[in-house]
Design a binder for this molecule. Sequence first.
Ligand SMILES: C[S@@+](CC[C@H](N)C(=O)[O-])C[C@H]1O[C@@H](n2cnc3c(N)ncnc32)[C@H](O)[C@@H]1O
Ligand SMILES: [Zn+2]
Length: 187
Amino acid sequence: MSTRYVSTFADISISGKLSMTNVQPDRTVAARGQPPSECAPAEPRIDTASTAFQLEAKPSPIHRFGVFTAQAIAANVRVIEYTGERIGYREAERRRDRPYLYLFWVAPGRLIDGAVGGSGAEFINHSCAPNLVVDIADGRVFFVSLREIACGEELLLDYRVRADDSDAPPMPCRCGAASCRGFLNVP
Ligand SMILES: C[S@@+](CC[C@H](N)C(=O)[O-])C[C@H]1O[C@@H](n2cnc3c(N)ncnc32)[C@H](O)[C@@H]1O
Ligand SMILES: [Zn+2]
């Protein structure tokens, strides 16, 4: 049994409560040049046990680091699993002030923190014209190719941040797609 979602990251931008939407506040830029903290991977890396493909985490034109293919990938295949520490809302709330946040909402009250034991999928950036979609199967999170992906392309997911249940300001998008809607959020 598996379910496909287009949404991704957990919204912890709301003061005092956690929402079940998928925004991730931008706390990564400020941390550039600072020493690695307990909650941020020192170097982006790909865990080869979580993917059958050659992938590279490296600087992205969109934002800080992204994940790129080092080989072509066919359509409709699992590209990488999103791994990390499994936590609940209370623990996610406790981590909200960390400079880097890689929280993925899996189901009500269940999140994965990619900052701890992450596969590298936590470095996948947002695009309004994505080449990946989320597939959740038995509580495991996989990013699946929406189409054939060429060697050297950046892997991209539509975060579809929902603004309706968040009082955080919309997050401006720098994906550069012709169809860019201007924000990581959806109406
Ligand atoms: C899961 S992280 C992606 C990895 C991130 N680039 C890094 O190096 O830590 C999500 C964060 O990346 C940034 N981001 C990703 N895609 C973006 C985009 N299209 N436009 C602007 N910022 C983006 C936002 O700050 C977002 O909160
Ligand atoms: Zn965009």
